[in-house]
Design a protein around this ligand. Structure first.
Ligand code: C5P
Length: 399
């Protein structure tokens, strides 16, 4: 049984959330409903109390002796906000804490799921877009709203996703601590290879999938070290972050932490080449230092090195960003790469047209050395992270 907080925002879709509370209680979870003042205009306190079987508070002034504004968030294993209104997401993104729900969001270290519902204009407004982006950058899952008929005569994106869909995503993030006792090393981001003091050769990796993987592994009880190359993401809770810039630095750190790791997941986009020489001065045009060409040399393939040094029982996970015209083609490249790299598990995604980089969602196929192949639907990178960890955990059981 997990402790689930359902935060209810002030939107007409609040009535549908009664069904969501039911799904959680029927699944055996201990549910605390925290409505905003505005939410109570739509559905009253007795409904939430009766459905959850727990007392309902809106203000930080209730049960002060129990320090309720901190306790609710700290005890939660999952917080689901539905309907997440534009105002509520704005307050959450700004870090305001002017009622019990927003105070809870500031004290919770568990996964947060926002299920938005609002008119299309509000959903598409740059302020809402920026707030959603901020929440996602911090690791929250913001589910895409459904499209269809809205409260008035209008229609478009902004409908509350079906409560069954919200429940499915939320449950995915409530994984048990099945990785407790395991040491996991995750690399994330994209390496930069300096050309001169100002410029570098880099790539488009945002680090989001690697960060989501590290966050999910820590949530599932693992001891996680995240080796992070050039990202601007906040460190996930309970994860030790080591920052690096170049492929050589990444290699040094990975090898250092890999020796006693149970699982190593190479999600970082590592540069294959680096400039042979790094200029100590800025290369200026129309000067003696103006280059005609930049000579490159190969970086070591860290994944290959890890496979060669792999200890018994250690699982090495590679990532392959492939482009292909057909998904069969991407899969074929993936199989070849798995064989060429010799890793245990390979996470393949189709990056044709830059479809993955910096997005909050992803669609992957997970291949393993025993011929296993799992294809997942497009989901938030946090959900994909749990899918990858499920596949790796199953692989360990077979190994
Ligand atoms: O060969 P390719 O770059 O497509 O392989 C991707 C996988 O190999 C990723 O897991 C990446 O982290 C790893 N890699 C590496 N060292 C390199 C290049 C890629 O470990 N020099």
């Amino acid at each position: 049984m997990s402790s689930v907080v359902v935060g209810v925002g002030g939107g007409i879709a609040a009535y549908k959330v009664a069904g969501l509370v039911r799904l959680f209680t029927e699944a055996g979870h201990d549910v605390t409903v925290v409505p905003t003042r505005a939410a109570l205009q739509f559905v009253g306190e007795p409904t939430w109390a009766a459905l959850s079987g727990n007392p309902v508070s809106t203000e930080v002034w209730d049960r002060v002796h129990q320090v309720n504004h901190v306790a609710v968030g700290k005890q939660a294993d999952l917080v689901v906000i539905a309907p997440a209104t534009a105002d509520l997401m704005g307050r959450a993104a700004a870090g305001l804490a002017d009622d019990l729900l927003t105070a809870t969001l500031l004290t919770a270290t568990c996964p947060l799921v926002f299920a938005p519902a609002m008119h299309t204009e509000m959903w598409m407004h740059p302020a809402t877009v920026a707030n959603v982006d901020t929440l996602r950058q911090r690791g929250a899952v913001v589910v895409e709203p459904d499209s269809g008929r809205l409260t008035g005569s209008d229609s478009g994106p902004g409908r509350l996703p079906e409560v069954e869909a919200i429940f499915r995503i939320a449950t995915e993030l409530l994984a048990p601590p099945d990785l407790a006792g395991l040491k996991i090393v995750v690399t994330a981001g994209g390496t930069r290879e300096p050309i001169d003091p100002v410029r570098f050769l880099g790539n488009r990796s945002s680090g989001k999938q690697g960060y989501a993987l590290a966050a999910a592994a820590a949530r599932r009880g693992a001891d996680v070290t995240l080796i992070s190359a050039n990202t601007s993401l906040p460190p996930p809770p309970d994860v030790a972050v080591v920052s690096v810039e170049t492929a050589a630095q990444l290699a040094t750190q990975v090898h250092k932490y890999a020796t006693d790791a149970d699982i190593i997941a190479m999600a970082a986009a590592v540069a294959d080449f680096r400039p042979t020489e790094v200029s100590r001065v800025k290369l200026k045009k129309d000067s003696a230092a103006e280059p005609d060409t930049i000579a490159l040399e190969r970086n070591p393939d860290i994944l290959l090195e890890l496979v060669a040094a792999r200890s018994s029982g250690q699982v090495v996970v590679g990532f392959a960003a492939e482009t292909g015209d057909e998904s069969a083609e991407v899969l074929e490249y993936g199989r070849k790469k798995l064989a060429a790299k010799g890793c245990d598990v390979l996470v393949v995604n189709d990056v044709s047209g830059g479809e993955v980089f910096d997005r909050h969602d992803n669609e992957v196929i997970v291949l393993d050395r025993f011929g296993g192949q799992r294809q997942y639907p497009r989901s938030d990178k946090s959900v994909v992270a749990d899918q990858i960890l499920d596949a790796v955990a199953d692989y360990r059981d077979q190994d």
